[in-house]
Design a protein around this ligand. Structure first.
Ligand SMILES: O=C(O)CCC(=O)C(=O)O
Length: 286
């Protein structure tokens, strides 16, 4: 359970880091399965339903940027998404039940690229209310040199920024809109087993990994049971099955929140790396 201080810090800043949510045994399993997936990528040349591969990926030098939907790929990842102490914290922070939404395992190869530009998750998937957050499980120790998640405190209470470029959704804010804001960014570093929590509207980014080992961040998104997507992709049974705390509802809770729909999408883009690739020439995050 979270303390009053942790709850008010999250409400004020839009992020939180909680140490020791996963123990050494759980981390060993998660890392060992991840090692196997990274090895498996050597047999794959181009990104597919499982892997998002960096342009420089090869069989000799695997460069996996993301394992997609890890909770569907192996039970170890699925269990992590339902780990009771983790869901307890999420329940405390959301306050209206817990629905699991989606997952991804972002890997930053050592000395590799894979910086992520400033964005708000809310720009990708606006809902009827914003009681939504993403959890980052640190599978390895993550220091400032490893390209940690960086968040701008209080930005979850501000505007929804324009994430479009040349008329299409590009998944990143504009350099001109960010201005001085980035000076306030806080890096969410921690020991392996710690979890980061960031509000769906919090502005965040991460730099490249300039350290000697991979940065592995297992990201899971959760939302209040009564937050309904504004761009519906509906399989109602599957939607209800994702509820971890609380009961299904057909009454979305609607709150006045700033929304900008992530439309139109560019043909053939697949995930944040593709979305953001078009703005690479005005990159803010190194
Ligand atoms: O992997 C990271 O550092 C950030 C990931 C992120 O913000 C995202 O995938 O939406």
């Amino acid at each position: 359970m979270l303390t009053e201080e942790q709850l008010s810090s999250y409400a004020e800043n839009g992020f939180l880091v909680v140490p020791d949510v996963f123990d050494a045994d759980a981390l060993r399993h998660l890392n060992s399965v991840t090692d196997d997936f990274v090895k498996g990528s050597c047999a794959v040349q181009v990104s597919n339903d499982l892997y998002d591969l960096a342009p420089e990926h090869s069989a000799d030098n695997p460069m996996v940027r993301r394992i997609k939907d890890p909770q569907l790929q192996d039970d170890v990842y699925r269990s992590a998404s339902r780990h009771e102490p983790l869901v307890d914290i999420v329940e405390d922070l959301l306050g209206h039940g817990v629905r699991f939404d989606h997952g991804k395992l972002n890997i930053k190869p050592p000395m590799g690229s894979a910086a992520i530009e400033w964005h708000q998750d809310w720009a990708f998937y606006p809902h009827t209310n914003d009681d939504m957050l993403a959890v980052g499980i640190l599978l390895e120790d993550c220091g400032p040199e490893n390209g940690p998640l960086m968040v701008i405190p209080g930005s979850h209470r501000g505007p929804t920024y324009d994430h479009h470029h040349e008329g299409y959704f590009a998944g990143a804010c504009k350099r001109t809109d960010m201005g001085h804001l980035t000076a306030d960014a806080v890096a969410l570093t921690g020991k392996a087993g710690s979890c980061t929590f960031h509000h769906v509207r919090a502005l965040h980014a991460s730099t490249r990994n300039s350290g000697p080992r991979e940065r592995r961040l297992l990201l899971y998104s959760y939302m209040a049971v009564d937050a309904w997507p504004l761009i519906p992709v509906f399989d109602i049974e599957a939607f209800d099955e994702q509820i971890l705390r609380g009961v299904p509802t057909r009454e979305p809770r609607q709150v006045e929140v700033p929304v900008r729909l992530p439309l139109p999408r560019r043909e053939g883009t697949d995930g944040i790396f593709d979305d953001q690739a078009v703005i690479i020439d005005q990159q803010m995050v190194g």
